[in-house]
Design a protein around this ligand. Structure first.
Ligand code: ZN
Length: 572
């Protein structure tokens, strides 16, 4: 289940670190828990460095052009923002049983603003950048968050699932919480557990639907409202895939399971309220027209070209407001939904890319990194339009090259053959194939010719953002492999005097194409051994990069969004 997308440039590797299943800590013994609670009852201890932690997140306006929003859509949006705020409130219950109490206590003890600010970013007293360590008080976060009784162990639930087969589905379900009633574990559907709030949210969605002029959007809102009450999300997930060219791209409901670190079963509530971006939607369509030529240009022997299933549609949007799970900690820059496999089989899934959030991260995080890491002469070639185009090219490249393959007469897939190495290799392929395609599309006139200089520089700057938070997860590793390959073959250089990296333009496209050839071939052959060798040869941080990464300590981790719609809609 679950696909928030983690790639190059877009989503911080940190977000992934947050969902990597750190082994759930054993629940505290009864005695320890009591102690912790008594300590908490006095004054909550606040981490000394809470102000510095807060500074890692730069307050940033998430803005949009009001002219893009029709009068009718404004009415829809007012209702949806209200519904999203309810979703936010439900999510607080899902984070942990004591979250509200802790916040109230902070206010009561007149805690410094930084403590409250950081609490609000983290949606609780646990630091999502530091494996959920408490920065307020001493109580550890229950690994099952607010989804299970605090004293329930993984083992207890697993045994119950075995012993009560008729209820197994409900106990494991994405949309139930587990409560203890007279000692027994009882699954409670979200529709019941959060009944009052979901009824209010459903009413708001139905009101919004009455203003919606686009039939598929109207259908989605009505079906999602029904799901809040019936607890069955299938029909509304199907309707979401049919939103098509709706000017509003709305997601509201329970989706990702990262918050449930105990079992990975329970979906957390979130909302995205987005506006379709006309400019990049047009660019995507234009680029898609070249798909066949682009595929032919790939450095892969024709005999290895395979037919692929329908690629998932990409939607570029401007974020207006978010709530719940996605708003906690590091901000999502793109996502891929729905998670329901039945819907994915029938209709595929949709990638939604949040342009203004990506732009904010670009300005607040990537540019400051570039200023420390790359040749100063290259800085003027690092720009947002190129950066975002590079991300689009990366996404499109995921749908190209070998997918279903034949290995010695056996029908199989690249994924099955490369096993645990697949994510890193596939991400690397998408980055590098994206660059190959970019160079080709520039030559064809489908992309502005200035990008020939900008694409390599912008790629180089993005490397440091991606590896900054770790090179163990797939994307960090992927970026490192490509970077070291290009460095060793002289397409990227390092200046010992300035301590900065540069680009050798005469070699860049050639070496990129060479690496792409290796990646595509090993995928086509399904060669685990070649994949392993490539990662072993190129997957470690070299001293020059270490030196640069060491200089990046003052650069912010992420943005802290301020949604301007909250002000603007007062006049709607
Ligand atoms: Zn990717």
């Amino acid at each position: 289940m679950s696909k928030r997308i983690f790639w190059t440039a877009i989503t911080l590797t940190l977000a992934l670190a947050g969902c990597k299943s750190s082994k759930p800590a054993a629940p505290p013994s009864e005695e320890k828990k009591e102690q912790a609670q008594t300590v908490d009852k006095d004054t909550l201890k606040i981490a000394d460095d809470v102000a510095q932690r807060l500074e890692q997140f730069v307050p940033t306006d998430i803005d949009f052009d009001e002219k893009l929003v029709s009068q009718k859509d404004r009415k829809v949006l007012v209702k949806l923002v209200e519904a999203a705020r309810i979703i936010d409130d439900i999510y607080l219950d899902q984070v942990g049983p004591s979250v509200r109490g802790v916040r109230a206590q902070l206010v009561e003890q007149k805690a410094p603003a930084a403590a409250l600010g950081y609490f609000d970013i983290m949606y609780g007293p646990w630091d999502r950048l530091k494996n959920d360590d408490p920065f307020i008080g001493t109580r550890p976060k229950p690994p099952g968050a607010g989804f299970y009784p605090e004293d329930m162990t993984k083992q207890e639930l697993e045994e119950q699932i075995k012993q009560r087969p008729a209820e197994a589905e409900a106990l494991k379900g994405y949309f139930t919480v587990i409560r203890r009633e007279e000692g027994k574990l009882v699954p409670v559907p979200y529709a019941k557990a959060y009944e009052d709030r979901l009824k209010r949210a459903a009413a708001l969605l139905r009101e919004a639907a009455t203003f919606a002029t686009h039939a598929p959007l109207k259908a989605y809102l009505e079906k999602r409202a029904a799901a809040f009450l019936s607890n069955d999300y299938y029909e509304s997930d199907m309707a979401w895939m049919d939103l098509g060219d709706s000017s509003l791209e709305i997601v509201i409901g329970p989706y990702e399971v990262y918050e449930d670190k105990l079992m990975g079963y329970k979906a957390a509530f979130e909302a995205f309220i987005n506006l379709r971006d006309p400019d990049y939607s047009a660019r995507l369509q234009k680029l898609a027209r070249f798909n066949e030529e682009v595929e032919k240009n790939l450095p892969l022997d024709a005999k290895y070209h395979t037919k692929r299933g329908t690629a998932s549609p990409i939607s570029v949007v401007i974020e207006l407001f978010t709530a719940g799970d996605t708003r906690a900690g590091v901000q999502t820059a793109a996502f891929n939904l729905p998670n329901d496999e039945r819907v994915r089989t029938k209709k595929g899934s949709k990638k939604v890319m949040l342009k203004n959030v990506t732009e904010a991260k670009f300005n607040r995080v990537l540019v400051p990194i570039a200023k420390q890491a790359i040749d100063e002469k290259l800085l003027e070639r690092v720009d947002f339009d190129t950066y975002f185009t590079e991300i689009l090219l990366h996404e499109m490249a995921h749908g190209m090259g070998p997918g279903q393959i034949n290995v010695e007469g056996r029908e199989t897939s690249v994924n099955a053959e490369l096993k645990e190495l697949y994510p890193a290799i596939e991400e690397c392929k998408a980055d590098i194939t994206g660059l190959v395609n970019g160079a080709f599309l520039i030559k064809k006139g489908a992309l502005p010719k200035e990008m020939a200089e900008r694409l390599p520089a912008t790629y180089l700057a993005g490397v440091f953002r991606a590896v900054r938070f770790g090179t163990e997860e797939a994307h960090g590793k992927a970026v490192l492999v490509a970077f070291n390959y290009l460095f060793r073959k002289g397409a990227i250089t390092f200046d010992d005097k300035t301590g900065r990296f540069g680009v050798t333009y005469e070699r860049f496209d050639k070496v990129v194409r060479e690496l792409d050839g290796e990646l595509l071939l090993l995928q086509a052959k399904g060669s685990y051994a070649d994949a392993k060798k490539l990662i072993e040869d190129y997957g470690t941080v070299q001293p020059q990069m270490k030196q640069v990464l060491g200089r990046l300590t003052g650069v912010p981790v992420d943005i802290r969004p301020r949604y301007t719609i909250e002000q603007k809609m007062k006049a709607w």
